[in-house]
Design a protein around this ligand. Structure first.
Ligand SMILES: Cc1cc2nc3c(=O)[nH]c(=O)nc-3n(C[C@H](O)[C@H](O)[C@H](O)COP(=O)(O)OP(=O)(O)OC[C@H]3O[C@@H](n4cnc5c(N)ncnc54)[C@H](O)[C@@H]3O)c2cc1C
Length: 1047
């Protein structure tokens, strides 16, 4: 945006600041000289009048609205398409290429897209989704007339000149021509698709002149393309080449001889709720500035300024900017504009208006990569300058308190957040706890700006130089790295983020913008500091602050005080931003963890598995003493608890209660439960299971799976950490039936966690509660027979919008649990937008199982086992209509959800596989002790001993890896533990298969029978080498992460 504001000493306080050597204002005065020069320049517009021209003719794309080339360049960056592909394809074939034929309406939009798509794909040797480019090009967001042109047209017409559009244009699929302009602005509109003639064909220019009733020399033509201009010039029309609209308007002003820019850019009439009393303000300003004139005060409102409304004032040729607190009751100490008493209802200050450039979009569209880099370098430099000021030398030693800046800030923002809290946001709660525990050891103290972002800087219009720094309301003395982190917010926000645009979906290298790490390095280098290792902490803190601010804006929007029309959307954003902050906290936690010295290596003093109890359940006691008795805090944050005996007392007690329950109720029930699975009644739930479920619930052995991190208030589960649950889950894993009996079985666990993390309150009430109570069961439908589903981007099932419904069509298989009569919910994954970027095509819908159109084709078997009553079904979804409110998170968020769902869920399988293996080994030991072959007990055979030893070693290795993954998930979060999760998913099923196979071998043929659980264990261990994604995919992840982080 052009035009900015600058401080003017209107109040005593401000006047004093101007006169004093106070830093903030000192450099403003330096700027002021510069600005005043520019400002005077801006008043140099002279109205010459008497123009000889009678009309101005505008091209559309590239002149009135963004050019297809520019739109393409940015779209290519975002979609990772080789740069220049679209532009090359647009000019390919010249007059007879698809683009020009489309412009002459010789082919339809569909025909064009087909041909054009093929051409682009051939040229770039990659699939190019041209539909998505075309949608963007013609979208309301992009195809918007430049405000500077709207203003110019208004002025041209006000002077009595005529205006025309002369555009190479096309028909949309709805048979209307693409003209995102207000036709009333033009006397004549000439479009190539209507006339069947394209520029630079001279006939179309003549047609336009004819309709205007003018001679060529009486008109000026603006276009962005040389050949079109050349043709116009050959007829005698005056031409202006448009590279950017601002400069073109200046050239047009020079030719016409009158100003085209009387308005103030980026302003609008004052919003209704933001009106201020003009009379008292006018009187106040006239008194203060000694203005005698009687002319009225002109008042507009800037779009800029989310929390404090900002106004443009013109009074007797003075251009000023007023910034004030919003009306209404405010949060404590927010909006600290305490520099003025109340003339306009709330405190305010006034600044001088000055022209310059404010880049609102941090991806800096339309600039060259080198220019973008220069802008960010200038931003970094000016921040270094601010931080290099000696507060004492400029009299700012009392500008804020010395030291402990972040703890003070935390107190302030937590207080403000609490004051505006509308519901509990788990990530905010975690951050409020985590941030004070991870404060940087050393903090420097300098002047800090407090809101240092690109759009708070005013740049020189012609060179990458910062002219002024705006928005000092949060400035004080503090830790300068907070400013550095704050200036990198855009790096992590998407371009669609409504209040703070970002560019995390763009290729920074292609854009030329330094990455956040580089930006930090740049800063440290300029300041002569060592590299900042804990910058993730600062990012976490900065995003936490943004989340707190957004929550305030949201709260105000609810009470009608918000100063921006965007305010209402921000409520949803708080949660998004707090999750982002938590991601950084996790990264920082991981860094700290990696650097943690392990002073007390873990020791295992004893370990026994003994006491065979029956042929079905010879489960002994596993007792390790590892680290000394763990405190609850230690269990969740400190050393790795490798033994159930080292769990905190309440969890240890829970473990023993579960163990007792398994021995008393579960193992003895196994033969009956297995018989039920083989009986004719197998597709109905076993009454014994339902009975045992009630018992488990009564003993508090229910819903143990929900990790504390997803359910910090223990609203839904037992509030165990992943490590704590690992020990209990392993124990449940020793029986195939225990997980369901304790309501801890897949796929319900993953689905319940999904609902806790992402579900709306209504979705939770409808689905989560019955699942938590064990009254309903659920399934997860992703895999499809026709595509390789280990790559989830292949999933083809369609989710189409139709009125207030989504309609789904698709073919799925291996859907565990879908045959269970208790299954009420299908969590369905399908494509909502096949043209979106690859990872934003999929969405997740909650589909009630009684919706018409769900057709179960057959149960599939695993090595002949049906796994009744849930089974693994093949199913068709035919025109299944689901209300829109059943979408989880929103369209295109399927990947994000699937990742979140499968984190802990997948490691639960690994925990259970350790349980399978322990049970198998225990059974094996009992068996080989009781049977004699070739004159001695089997247990004395060397190969049997070797097998036992090998199995023990492999189980221990895998268990340690599982516990380590769980520990990292607790300490640093699921993302940071990605490598360990992938490793254990790679290791556990194969390990279990080998251990169980050895046990089967030692059993002889009985091992293959249904008399022991070994055959079933083996089957599921084998199946889990697919069910959680094939081994190869986990291996690929491990290798990728290994190469990325450990070269
Ligand atoms: C018992 C069981 C229960 C299941 N439950 C569910 C469920 O509830 N819901 C659901 O949606 N799905 C479920 N599945 C399906 C399971 O998620 C898929 O089988 C799995 O994701 C693999 O997909 P696919 O079968 O299409 O194999 P494909 O994707 O066709 O892969 C076939 C093979 O290709 C190889 N391969 C794949 N990727 C790579 C790579 N990157 N590198 C090297 N080789 C590779 C591997 O050898 C892989 O086994 C279940 C499967 C089983 C066996």
């Amino acid at each position: 945006m052009t035009g900015c504001y600058f401080s003017l000493g209107l109040t005593m306080c401000v006047r004093n600041c101007f006169q004093s050597s106070c830093l903030q204002w000192a450099w403003r005065t330096t700027f002021l000289k510069h600005i005043q020069r520019r400002h005077q320049g801006s008043h140099g517009w002279t109205h010459l009048g008497g123009s000889t021209y009678k009309a101005v003719i505008f091209d559309m794309g590239g002149v009135l609205i963004p050019s297809p080339g520019r739109v393409a360049a940015e779209w290519e960056v975002q979609n990772r398409i080789p740069s220049g592909t679209i532009l090359k394809a647009l000019v390919e074939g010249g007059e007879n290429g698809p683009w020009m034929r489309f412009m002459r309406a010789e082919i339809t939009a569909e025909g064009f897209l087909r041909e054009f798509g093929r051409l682009c794909s051939e040229m770039s040797k990659t699939s190019v989704p041209v539909d998505s480019f075309f949608s963007l090009l013609t979208s309301e967001r992009v195809a918007k007339q430049f405000p500077v042109m709207t203003e110019a047209i208004t002025q041209i017409r006000a002077k009595g000149l005529r205006t025309a559009v002369l555009s190479n244009n096309f028909y949309l699929p709805n048979q209307k021509s693409f003209l995102p302009l207000d036709r009333k602005q033009f006397d004549v509109v000439v479009e190539s698709c209507v006339e069947g003639i394209c520029k630079p064909d001279l006939r179309i220019y003549k047609l336009c002149l004819e309709r205007l009733g003018l001679q060529p020399s009486e008109s000026i033509f603006l276009d962005d393309l040389g050949p079109n201009l050349k043709a116009a010039a050959s007829l005698g029309i005056h031409i202006i080449k448009v590279n950017d609209p601002e400069t073109a308007v200046k050239e047009l002003e020079a030719l016409l001889g009158f100003t085209l820019r009387v308005g103030v850019p980026n302003t609008q009439p004052v919003r209704k709720t933001m009106e201020i009393p003009k009379d008292s303000l006018e009187k106040y300003l006239k008194d203060l500035l000694g203005i005698q004139t009687t002319g009225p005060l002109e008042l507009l409102q800037f779009d800029h300024g989310q929390s404090n409304p900002t106004y443009y004032i013109r009074l007797a040729n003075r251009d000023l900017v007023l910034r004030k607190k919003p009306p209404g009751t405010l949060l404590p100490s927010a909006h600290a504009i305490e520099r003025e008493f109340s003339v306009v209802g709330t405190p305010f200050y006034v600044m001088e208006y000055c022209p310059g450039l404010i880049y609102k979009d941090p991806s800096l569209p339309g600039l060259e990569p080198s220019h973008r880099r220069a802008i960010y370098t200038a931003m970094n430099t000016v921040l270094c300058k601010i931080h290099s000021v000696d507060p004492q030398a400029v009299g700012l030693e009392d500008y804020g308190k010395q030291g402990a800046y972040i703890p003070r800030q935390m107190r302030t923002w937590v207080k403000q957040y609490r004051a505006s809290e509308t519901s509990t946001i788990p990530a905010m709660e975690r951050l409020i706890e985590w941030l004070p525990l991870h404060l940087p050891h050393q903090q420097r103290t300098t002047v800090v700006h407090g809101d240092f972002r690109l759009d708070n800087l005013v740049f020189h219009p012609e060179k990458p130089e910062v002219l002024a720094v705006l928005d000092w309301e949060l400035s004080t003395l503090g830790d300068p790295l907070v400013d550095v982190a704050y200036s990198c917010l855009a790096h992590y926000l998407p371009s669609s983020f409504p209040v703070l645009r970002g560019f995390n979906d763009c290729d920074l290298t292609q854009l030329g913008i330094p990455a956040a790490e580089e930006y930090f390095r740049m800063y440290c280098l300029q300041m002569g500091l060592p590299p900042t290792e804990n910058w993730n902490f600062y990012m976490a803190f900065s995003f936490f602050r943004v989340a707190a601010i957004l929550q305030g804006v949201y709260k105000r929007s609810l009470t009608g005080q918000a100063s921006s029309a965007h305010a209402e959307q921000t409520g949803k954003l708080t949660e998004f931003v707090s999750n982002l902050a938590w991601d950084f906290a996790v990264k920082e936690g991981f860094r700290v963890f990696k650097e943690m010295p392990f002073k007390n290596p873990l020791t295992r003093s004893c370990h026994t598995w003994a006491r065979p109890q029956s042929r079905w359940y010879p489960i002994g006691t596993r007792s390790y003493s590892s680290v000394p008795e763990a405190s609850p805090a230690r269990a969740s944050r400190g050393g790795l608890v490798i033994s159930p005996e080292s769990l905190s007392p309440p969890v240890r007690e829970l473990y023993h209660r579960l163990k007792h329950f398994m021995e008393q109720h579960v193992y003895p029930a196994e033969p009956e439960l297995q018989s039920h699975q083989a009986s004719a009644a197998r597709w109905s739930p076993s009454p014994l299971i339902e009975n045992l479920k009630e018992k488990a619930k009564a003993e508090g052995l229910w819903n143990l799976f929900l990790p504390l991190e997803a359910d910090p208030e223990k609203k839904y589960g037992a509030g165990l950490t992943n490590v704590e649950y690992a020990h209990l889950c392993e124990l449940m894993g020793t029986s195939l039936y225990a997980p369901e009996i304790c309501n801890c079985s897949a796929p319900d666990t993953g689905n319940m966690e999904l609902l806790v993390r992402y579900g709306t309150e209504a979705q939770k009430a409808r689905w989560l509660m019955p699942l938590l109570e064990g009254k309903a069961r659920s399934c997860f439908a992703m895999t499809e027979p026709q595509v390789a589903s280990s790559d989830a981007t292949n999933i083809e099932a369609s989710i189409r919008e139709e009125d207030s419904f989504y309609v789904i069509n698709g073919h799925k298989w291996w859907i565990t649990g879908i045959l269970d009569p208790r299954c009420q919910l299908c969590v369905f994954m399908g494509k909502t937008d096949p043209h979106a970027p690859r990872h934003q095509q999929q969405s997740v819908l909650l589909v009630p199982m009684d919706t018409p159109g769900i057709k179960i084709i057959r149960p599939l078997t695993v090595y002949g086992l049906e796994d009744a009553p849930g089974g693994h079904g093949e199913v068709r979804f035919e025109h299944v209509r689901v209300p829109k409110e059943n979408m989880v998170l929103g369209p295109g968020r399927g990947f994000e959800i699937a990742q979140g769902r499968l984190g802990p869920g997948r490691i639960h399988h690994c925990m259970r596989l350790i349980g399978f293996s322990e049970r198998a080994l225990a059974l094996m030991k009992a068996r080989v002790k009781s049977r004699v072959a070739f004159g001695k007990p089997l247990v004395e055979q060397g190969t049997v001993l070797a097998d036992i030893a090998q199995s023990r070693v492999e189980i221990e290795q895998a268990r340690l890896l599982v516990l380590r993954a769980a520990h990292l998930m607790d300490l640093a979060g699921n993302k940071a533990a990605a490598l360990d999760i992938a490793m254990i998913k790679m290791v556990a099923p194969s390990m279990a298969s080998r251990v169980i196979d050895r046990a089967i071998q030692a059993f002889g043929a009985a091992g293959l029978s249904g008399d022991y659980p070994l055959a079933q264990f083996f089957t599921w261990a084998r199946a889990l080498r697919f069910a959680d994604g094939p081994d190869e995919v986990h291996r690929a992840t491990v290798a990728k992460l290994e190469l990325k982080h450990r070269i």
